[in-house]
Design a protein around this ligand. Structure first.
Ligand SMILES: [Mg+2]
Length: 225
């Protein structure tokens, strides 16, 4: 297993995963929060536009005044500014809180594994709590595989990983092939731009379908709608 940074390891320990219980590892942006439309609204108000031509952010953000495509450092700077402004008030994905609550009642332990900038960790935790998703948050940097593998090993039973980013599924399957991977993209317009990666075991289209797929992946006889 790839060595985990000390800061990540401390958060993984603090997530309180209990051995012997089924585990759901969930991404936040585009799974629990309506990331892309909030981001696009934010940049449009600042003189930029979004092309909606592929799943990536870089290459799709333009300066409206001269149509220049922003490069990666410029998009990264916009993202940092966006999360600093909106990590606390991003709207939730409809059905996410209810679905997670039913799964939790069915005995599933839930950990949110998010690549938000570390400075926004508390804002993310607050936003989740405000939106009735008060689950432990692990702020990760880069590949999610090592952190997901650590959590699944601690749980020691069935584990499922949900994320919109194809690269995260590649990383998780590589690090821990026993984790079931569900590809989920909440925003339909964005979902149309990306296919299910071969590493993912399913591609539910909405939260009711995702909830059922999580329950099936974890071998639950109840918990889905
Ligand atoms: Mg995401």
């Amino acid at each position: 297993m790839t060595a985990l940074p000390a800061a990540t390891l401390a958060q993984l320990e603090a997530a309180g995963v209990e051995p012997g219980r089924p585990l759901l590892i969930s991404d936040a942006d585009e799974v629990l929060f309506r990331f892309v439309e909030t981001f696009v609204g934010h940049i449009e108000a600042r003189g930029y536009s979004f092309d909606w031509s592929s799943f990536r952010l870089t290459g799709n953000v333009r300066r409206a005044s001269d149509d220049t495509v922003l490069d990666q450092p410029q998009v990264f700077a916009l993202l940092q500014e966006f999360f600093a402004a909106h990590a606390e008030d991003m709207p939730p994905v409809p059905g996410a809180a209810e679905g997670l609550a039913r799964l939790a009642r069915a005995g599933v332990q839930i950990v949110v594994l998010t690549n938000i900038p570390p400075a926004q960790r508390d804002a993310r935790r607050l936003a989740l709590a405000r939106n009735r998703m008060p689950y432990p948050v692990v702020v990760n940097t880069g590949d999610k595989g090592p952190a997901a593998a650590w959590l699944a090993a601690r749980a020691g039973g069935p584990a499922v990983f949900v994320d919109d980013g194809p690269n995260n599924h590649v990383s998780v399957k590589q690090a821990a092939p026993e984790i079931a991977c569900l590809h989920f993209v909440a925003t339909e317009r964005l979902a149309r731009l990306v296919e299910k990666p071969p590493e993912a075991d399913g591609r539910p289209e909405d939260w009711p379908a995702l909830e059922r797929a999580v329950a099936v992946s974890l071998g639950l006889t109840c918990g889905g709608t």
